[in-house]
Design a protein around this ligand. Sequence first.
Ligand code: COA
Length: 182
Amino acid sequence: MCPSEPTAPSSPAPLAGRVELLDVTEEILEKLLDVALTDAAADDVTPPLGASAGWNQERISWFRNYHRAAAAGLDGPAAEKSWAVSCGGRLAGSIRLKCTGTEPSGMPALETGLWLGRSFRGRGIGREALKLVSAVASAVGAAVLQAETTAGNTAAQALLRSAGAELAGDGVITPLTARITL
Ligand SMILES: CC(C)(COP(=O)(O)OP(=O)(O)OC[C@H]1O[C@@H](n2cnc3c(N)ncnc32)[C@H](O)[C@@H]1OP(=O)(O)O)[C@@H](O)C(=O)NCCC(=O)NCCS
């Protein structure tokens, strides 16, 4: 269920049909940035950048440049596509798919990552967004979807395990890598 929507215990609206992936147009980009700035930690959304901790101009510029580059999709120069995650018409966060090369099987190697605003977490939205992106990955011929997280990120680990991922690595010296068989 999306935040701030009335709860109807007798007939809850199914979440699955309410989570959508939207292309990041210029209009959506600014709205997504607003969700990121007001409802997410900078470290959840961007690499560490700039001299000051938290949100700063360097991180905001990175955010805009990143989504603009990813607008060209997997076949574009960045070999990456990002979407805004929408739930019941409200922007909740973002998910991405990047082509990192070829698996030993010859299938495309694809990696995903996502973040949601704090007020949207813990409601099944991440799980639904991951399902939608897995379907895109399957459609472009991938058999496995990979993601990386850290040892301390229990929410990400739970989400990835819930999607059937096998996790490898210690998450400290080597990244914790999840592989989801599609
Ligand atoms: C990680 C993140 C995307 C999870 O999305 P979410 O919508 O909150 O997750 P969901 O509600 O869909 O939950 C999916 C599963 O994870 C579990 N889970 C979610 N948050 C959890 C938490 N904080 N602790 C333990 N388990 C958690 C749920 O119980 C559910 O398990 P189930 O399918 O077995 O019932 C979200 O917490 C987030 O945006 N975090 C900050 C950014 C980040 O860490 N991104 C991860 C990059 S890989």
